[in-house]
Design a protein around this ligand. Structure first.
Ligand SMILES: [Zn+2]
Length: 65
């Protein structure tokens, strides 16, 4: 299911954690923070982005020691 967001809306949205812009992941139905050090993925539910850090998924790979 593709993310169906108004481009004007998307252009003003920023990550609530680090204030970086998002890219859209249509397959996962998420907005992904473009800041590699943050890289949180926020769910989009019924075409409404849920920009809550508590709801976000960390897309960074698990650290390898
Ligand atoms: Zn971020």
């Amino acid at each position: 299911m593709a993310v169906n967001l108004d481009p004007d809306l998307l252009s003003i949205l920023v990550c609530p954690k680090c204030r970086s812009e998002f890219r859209v992941d249509d397959e996962a139905n998420e907005l992904i923070c473009t800041n590699g050090a943050c890289a949180l993925a926020y769910p989009v539910r019924d075409d409404i982005p849920v920009l809550l850090i508590d709801e976000a998924r960390d897309t960074k790979a698990a650290p390898v020691d």
